[in-house]
Design a protein around this ligand. Structure first.
Ligand SMILES: [Zn+2]
Length: 358
């Protein structure tokens, strides 16, 4: 609703009835504001899903957008269940078009989960995909949250039937990009104390309170999975949904040297604790990777700004996820280089290091 002069009085009344969802105060704080349209260093985005882009025309458009952002390599993972033929289709098309600019992960087989030969078959199919160029394995959050056996029972993340596949990743030197659970408040009562209340209100399907598994159980299963396969590198997507508790996450990083972290969708958490987050990045600088998960070129500058600048008190990308303001982490150059490309070059096989500065 817009106010026009003769209606000023009525507009004043309207202000009285504003709801929290409508409240969007404009900050009066005057600070230095930087727009960072392009990353300071070429970077690898380890977490994207642009697998439908396979024609030369589409890929040329993608490359143009990547160049503008300084994205040197896009790592794409198929939508769940997209191993085998579906993996090969996008992987061959994208790498055939621009071999140095695209990398491809595959998925775990998830049919016939109750067959006695499942473990062996899943590992064999994964081996086939690795031979066909798979540079990593993506595990979706329905592992642990949605996958059920024939009897309708939830299959835990650390179920032994997946062991062979995860061992295969370790032996063949490909990382596992794994998304487990969701933000913790999705499981909490949707009351006035819930920090994600606005998101649950605008995105009611994200409410996880009716699920047959708790957040704590999922996180515990994931930690056991990582501990069970020490030779396999796990890239824990979205900071393992632990960015709100960097102390606890740090303790797990110490206990599990094969755990890596990826930053998609959690900058609202990091940006509201810039000093603790900066210290965390410095401490674990060899194990944090850049990932965004959603391909939206207009959103990348926000990521660059949070990582690179010391800007203060600016808006988060999505107000419904973080109604608070965020602050830049002002990461040291050495740390930035590792997050942007060095760590990815070290743990994802087949990337071309010559495209990056030393
Ligand atoms: Zn994803």
């Amino acid at each position: 609703m817009r106010c026009i002069l003769p209606l000023v009085a009525a507009c004043g009344l309207w202000g009285q009835s504003l709801s929290f969802e409508e409240y969007e105060p404009r900050s009066t704080l005057v600070t230095e504001q930087r727009h960072v349209p392009r990353a300071k260093y070429p970077f690898v985005d380890v977490h994207l899903h642009q697998t439908r882009c396979v024609t030369a025309q589409c890929l040329d458009g993608l490359l143009k957008d990547m160049d503008a952002l300084n994205m040197a390599v896009m790592v794409n993972s198929p939508v769940r269940g997209g191993g085998g033929a579906r993996f090969r289709e996008f992987s061959e098309a994208q790498k055939g078009h621009a071999p140095k600019r695209f990398a491809a992960f595959t998925n775990l087989e998830e049919t016939g989960l109750d067959d006695p030969g499942y473990a062996e078959r899943a590992a064999r199919l994964l081996e086939d995909d690795i031979r066909a160029g798979a540079q990593g394995l993506k595990v979706w959050k329905h592992f642990g949250m949605g996958l059920k056996d024939a009897g309708g029972k939830r299959i835990p993340l650390d179920d032994p039937r997946f062991d062979r596949a995860f061992e295969t990743c370790g032996r063949r030197g490909i990382p596992v990009l794994i998304h487990t659970a969701d933000p913790k408040p999705f499981w909490d009562p949707m009351d006035r104390f819930n920090e994600r209340w606005l998101e649950l209100k605008t995105h009611p399907r994200r409410n996880a309170s009716a699920l047959d598994v708790t957040w704590e159980t999922l996180i515990a299963e994931q930690r056991r999975l990582f501990a069970k396969h020490p030779r396999t590198r796990f890239i824990n997507a979205h900071f393992g949904w632990m960015a709100h508790d960097l102390g606890e996450l740090g303790r797990w990083m110490e206990k599990l040297p094969n755990m890596y972290l990826e930053i998609a969708a959690i900058l609202g958490e990091l940006g509201r604790q810039p000093r603790a987050a900066r210290a965390f990045f410095i401490r674990f600088q060899d194990r944090i990777l850049f990932g965004k998960d959603t391909w939206n070129t207009a959103e990348y500058p926000y990521y660059f700004r949070v990582l690179e600048t010391a800007d203060e008190y600016f808006d988060h990308l999505r107000r419904y996820q973080a109604y608070w303001k965020v602050y830049g982490l002002d990461l040291p150059d050495e740390v930035l280089r590792k997050v942007y490309y060095r760590n990815a070059l070290r743990i994802i096989p087949g990337l071309d290091a010559s495209a990056f500065p030393n």
